[in-house]
Design a protein around this ligand. Structure first.
Ligand code: PLP
Length: 386
């Protein structure tokens, strides 16, 4: 057994980030300013989009996207049950109804055929999730969206750096949100960026992100700013501070190295676990570059005498941290009671949930850490093998 606990995820803040934060602190400008502008622009560039706005979280990004598209009461937005609840909460926040559509068995991303079946005259948008960092089937979804004149809002909280058929996530939907939460593949502690090619939409989201004040309100205390502003909508407080943006810029400078290491670790898992028949490894869709935010495996429960919760407990006793991504949204009490989808409504998502364990994956993990996770998993499985 390992001597120390291995967490399932961990940020890696380096000297570059610390130096940039010190510069931001010493600059005298600690709220939204030039660094937040730079981060938004650089993420847009990486993601193949024309415009980017740095915000306080991916939740904020998605909320702004929905509000910016003027989606509200009486509208329906189709999304996946196999996601973090933020993807669905934002639909509720604008007063629209989340309509859930089941996922594909292999990738655990939303199933285009299920989207098609869920469309009604009230449908106003499709909100996709790149589960674990794997791009969803953007081409099939774009074709449906075109046929029904719907925007696609991409929740790419997991998928910075992913691409589909040579095109980066961020260039494949009407508007895309990224998360820089503590454990994401790029972090600012808390933060996010929303990107789009649509100038009018980014202008509306920019205004809504800062109380509804007109565009350059963030500059109002600078020499080039003006005290005068007008409030054109009851907006939110979703701007990102320059202190956090400085961390993001430092992370971005190291992002290629992070992603290289994540991909290497995934190879390491595959070679160590491929002989273990009780475990299904994540599959990459052909034509996709996976961002590997998560490394989710599925247990072949039919070959085991215990359930998934017991495997997690036993791995914890071996000092291996894991988690489950995700408890399907329609099973949470609020959504069970308000949306009224009974258990069994989304069989693929519910089956994936029963089997799911997310194994540790972060760029500072060593080969020894990989050995420890795989040895612990093999030991637990040998114990519960049928
Ligand atoms: C799929 C998904 N969407 C949205 C979010 C929300 O991101 P944030 O914490 O930046 O608001 C998360 C966060 O974990 C997520 O996993």
């Amino acid at each position: 057994m390992r001597a120390t606990f291995l967490p399932v995820a961990q940020p890696w803040i380096g000297e570059r980030e610390k130096a940039l934060v010190m510069e931001a602190l010493e600059s005298g400008w600690v709220t939204t300013g030039p660094r937040a502008q730079e981060l938004g622009a650089r993420i847009a560039e990486l993601a193949g989009a024309r415009r980017g706005l740095a915000v306080s979280s991916c939740t904020a990004a998605l909320h702004l996207a929905l509000a910016g598209l003027e989606i509200g009461p009486g509208d329906e937005v189709i999304t996946t049950p196999y996601t973090f609840v933020a993807s669905v909460n934002v639909i509720t926040h604008v007063g629209a109804r989340p309509v859930l559509a089941d996922i594909e068995p292999g990738t655990l991303c939303i199933d285009p055929a299920a989207i098609e079946r869920a469309i009604t005259p009230r449908t106003r948008a499709i909100l996709t999730v790149d589960y674990g960092g794997q791009p969803c089937d953007y081409d099939a979804i774009a074709a449906i969206a075109r046929r029904h004149s719907l925007p696609v809002i991409a929740d790419a909280a997991h998928a910075l750096g992913a691409s589909w058929r040579g095109r980066p996530v961020g260039s494949l939907a009407t508007v895309t949100g990224f998360s820089f939460y503590a454990i994401k593949n790029l972090t600012t502690g808390e933060g996010g960026v929303v990107v789009t090619d649509d100038d009018a939409l980014i202008e509306r989201m920019t205004v809504l992100s800062l109380h509804g004040m007109n565009r350059d309100a963030w500059k109002r205390y600078a020499a080039t700013g003006s005290w005068y502003y007008e409030v054109t909508a009851p907006g939110f407080k979703y701007n990102l501070s320059d202190i956090l943006a400085a961390i993001g810029i430092g992370q971005l400078d190291r992002f290629a190295e992070f992603q290289r290491r994540r991909a290497e670790l995934v190879q390491g898992y595959a070679s160590r676990l491929q002989g273990l028949a009780e475990v299904r490894l994540p599959r990459v869709r052909e034509g996709a570059v996976h961002a590997w935010h998560l490394y989710p495996i599925a247990l072949e429960l039919e070959r085991l005498t215990c359930d998934r919760a017991r495997v997690i407990e036993e791995l914890r006793a071996e000092n291996i941290g894991t988690t489950v991504n995700f408890i399907p949204v329609h099973l949470h009490p609020w959504y069970r009671d308000t949306l009224g989808y009974p258990a069994g409504s989304f069989p693929v998502a519910e089956d994936a949930f029963r089997r799911a364990i997310t194994l540790p994956l972060h760029p500072r993990m060593s080969e020894r850490d990989l050995d420890d996770v795989c040895a612990a998993l093999a030991k637990v499985i040998a114990h519960f093998r049928r």
